[in-house]
Unconditional design. Structure first.
Length: 434
């Protein structure tokens, strides 16, 4: 029995040790160094930044100045996170440490950044919500493939995020912030000389600036896509199929109707995206400018000689323009009434209904089915009519109120005159009696 108990105790001890080994992965020397520096940063000075900040040569001093405001200014990262070397040696011997990289090669930058940003265990110490697949996505991109082939024009991580002055991606000063990313991408993609070797256009930014996306983005609606909203921050996708999925991520209902339309099969046979033949990839024109057979319409690009389609397109365009004119007139009527100081009860719900029907109309037009479009157009017209009635009723109520006001005013003046006459009469009587 004692022997059995001894064996049982030994087995439990081994089991606990084994489970502990599985629960706690073995720490590397790099992890231990980071933990020591994080626990006592004052005992592990960053002599790299201290030394370079005192150098007279501007190009050697600037990295230390930029590092002071960098998100990487942390004892667990520091200069050695990218350049290696010995950060505790205050002399040039710090450069003699094994693995020191004075200037990382262009095609090696993504591997250096990915060394930390792909390490989930390390990244969660800073931000548990930060993605750790950026390096993987970047390696799927054309930028990465060109960079790996030795093309120094192809951007690496530092070209977009900065080398020493790296900001949080949600900081307004960050080049990759949504408000700045169009300018960032445009530095390369709008440069004709830089893009000449790739035989690609350089008008993407100009076209986006004319788009409905840019118009909505200008109203501070962050959901409106900029470059990275469609292409992705690290792995751009431009094939026809992927473009459809990108558009459909936001415009799911429109995509559903396109796939029910007569356009679905021809687009598939021709290998076209289901969205860009009409809307364009970057200009993203609003539907109201596309339908019909005008010179700049989308329908005329393919159907200029088809009389049947010509007639149907013009009928749909007439429906859309009619709804637009009547809705604009209704809104203007309500606005005029408000400017006149009229109280319009129930205008809010009616305007919401009008907006809803207009959005439905812009969606259902992708079916290219006149009957479905006509049903929604009638609902929108009914909402416009109700809005006009509310404005007219408010004006009628104001006229009635004014007539009542003038009548009451006239009656008050008449009573005042009668009272004045009676007062004069009484005064005269009093004088005669006196």
């Amino acid at each position: 029995m004692p022997c059995f108990r001894h064996l049982l105790g030994l087995w439990l001890a081994l089991a606990v040790a084994s489970s502990s080994a599985w629960a706690e992965p073995k720490r590397s020397a790099k992890d231990e160094l980071r933990e020591r520096r994080a626990a006592r940063p004052e005992a592990h000075p960053n002599t790299c930044a201290t030394c370079h900040a005192s150098l007279p040569e501007a190009k050697l001093r600037l990295p230390a100045v930029q590092y002071e405001k960098s998100v990487h200014k942390d004892p667990r990262i520091g200069c050695v996170g990218c350049h290696k070397g010995d950060p505790e040696d205050p002399t040039v011997r710090a450069h003699a440490a094994e693995g020191f990289i004075p200037r990382p090669p262009h095609d090696a930058v993504s591997a250096i950044c990915g060394g930390c940003h792909s390490d989930a265990r390390f990244i969660r110490e800073f931000n548990p919500r930060l993605q750790v697949d950026q390096a993987t996505l970047y390696h799927l991109s054309l930028h990465s493939k060109l960079s790996a082939a030795g093309d120094r024009n192809a951007p690496n991580c530092a070209d977009c995020h900065g080398a020493h002055d790296v900001s949080r991606v949600d900081a307004l000063t960050a080049p990759v912030h949504p408000k700045n990313v169009v300018e960032l991408c445009g530095k390369c993609h709008s440069d004709r000389e830089r893009m000449k070797p790739y035989e690609t256009t350089t008008d993407q930014v100009l076209r986006w600036q004319r788009s409905l996306h840019a118009e909505v983005f200008a109203t501070d609606q962050a959901a409106a896509p900029t470059c990275t909203g469609c292409h992705g921050a690290h792995a751009g996708a431009a094939a026809a199929g992927s473009t459809t999925h990108v558009c459909g991520a936001c415009h799911e209902e429109q995509l559903k109707y396109v796939r029910q339309s007569p356009h679905a099969k021809p687009f598939e046979q021709l290998g076209l995206s289901e969205c860009t033949p009409c809307h364009d990839k970057h200009e993203a024109l609003a539907t109201r400018w596309l339908v019909g057979m005008a010179a700049d319409s989308a329908c005329g690009k393919c159907h200029s000689l088809d009389e049947k389609v010509h007639t149907a397109a013009d009928e749909i365009a007439t429906l859309l323009s009619g709804v637009r004119e009547r809705s604009e007139a209704a809104r203007e009527s309500l606005q005029d009434a408000r400017r006149a100081g009229l109280l319009i009860r129930g205008a809010g719900p009616i305007l919401d209904e009008l907006r809803t029907q207009e959005l439905k109309l812009r969606t259902v037009v992708h079916t290219v089915d006149k009957n479905q479009i006509r049903v929604v157009a009638r609902a929108a017209d009914e909402a416009s009519l109700q809005a006009m009635r509310l404005a007219d009723q408010a004006r009628t109520d104001r006229r009635v109120e004014r007539r009542g006001y003038y009548f009451a005013l006239g009656l008050s003046l008449l009573l005042l005159l009668l009272l004045a006459a009676k007062a004069v009469q009484l005064e005269r009587r009093r004088r005669r009696e006196a």
